[in-house]
Write a protein that binds this ligand. Structure first.
Ligand code: SF4
Ligand SMILES: [Zn+2]
Length: 266
């Protein structure tokens, strides 16, 4: 509805097109926009998309080489798979932040030495919330050493603590490359392998990071211009959420924050 109204009012609508996507990374082409908007989306991806992370650790036994605080901090930094449909943020939950099955996931960890304790040793009560990577070392235990603990994870944003941040996100302008005179030497000068046989290799065009090494070396043969209002946004997930989910949630949360800001201005 909002989009239709804006079209009727003659306002430009940002267009998006997915150029590359896999489980870890997405590259989105944003057109009819500007870098301020792209940067707001980027910041929203990093700071305004909640993920699960361990917040409370109850240590029952720990005679390892690590202090309780360091152990708890390490557990907090382990990325956990996140289910945004089932879990609420603690502050938004009906339990009024007391902690319940709708806002808190629990884990048990029990290990005896000699052994290395890995992230996979955290046993979840909800199988949908578990460490993204199995082999993250937590602590090394020697003979007669043990760790026993319970941990609670909750949903929160990167603004609260960076352990909740779901991704790295960055953008650049779309590269407009024109080869004026074909030159085989371009293949070797470009550190990102954008050229093949002296021409732009279309499959590698998006690798261009606008470094200008080619134009500095061969100013008469090639030009590279950043296309304004044509932006490549890259989102690299840490694994808690799919990259497309991060993008969609970031946009939804950004719009809702702007709506709230608008209401406060009235
Ligand atoms: S600007 Fe840099 S990355 Fe882009 S084509 Fe030229 S040398 Fe390659
Ligand atoms: Zn709750």
């Amino acid at each position: 509805m909002q989009e239709e109204r804006r079209r009727e009012e003659g306002q430009e609508i940002m267009n998006t097109k997915i150029l590359k996507e896999n489980n870890e990374k997405i590259v989105i082409n944003l057109t009819n926009t500007n870098f301020e908007t792209a940067n707001s989306i980027r910041r929203s991806c990093i700071n305004n998309v909640p993920t699960m992370a361990i917040e409370d650790v109850h240590i029952l036994a720990n005679n390892s080489a690590l202090y309780d605080e360091i152990l708890a901090h390490r557990l907090g930094m382990i990325p956990l798979t996140t289910d945004l449909k089932t879990y609420n943020k603690l502050e938004d939950c009906k339990c009024k932040s007391a902690g319940c099955a709708r806002c808190t996931a629990e884990f048990v960890l029990e290990a005896k030495g000699p052994a290395t304790v890995y992230s996979k040793d955290l046993v979840p009560t909800d199988p949908s919330i578990k460490p993204v990577f199995d082999e993250m070392p937590v602590v090394k235990l020697f003979e007669n050493q043990e760790v026993r603990l319970t941990a609670k994870a909750c949903l929160n944003n990167g603004t609260y603590h960076t352990k909740h941040s779901p991704c790295n996100a960055y953008y650049q302008f779309y590269p407009n490359i024109k080869v004026l005179k074909s030159k085989k030497a371009l293949d070797d000068i470009c550190p990102r392998k954008v050229f093949k046989n002296g021409a732009v290799d279309k499959d590698n065009l998006l690798n261009c990071n606008l470094c200008n090494a080619c134009t500095d070396a061969f100013p008469d043969s090639v030009t590279v211009e950043p296309e304004e209002n044509n932006i490549l946004l890259t989102i690299e997930s840490w694994g808690q959420l799919a990259p497309k989910t991060i993008y969609n949630t970031a946009i939804t949360n950004l719009i809702s924050d702007l709506d709230e800001f608008k209401k406060l201005l009235k």
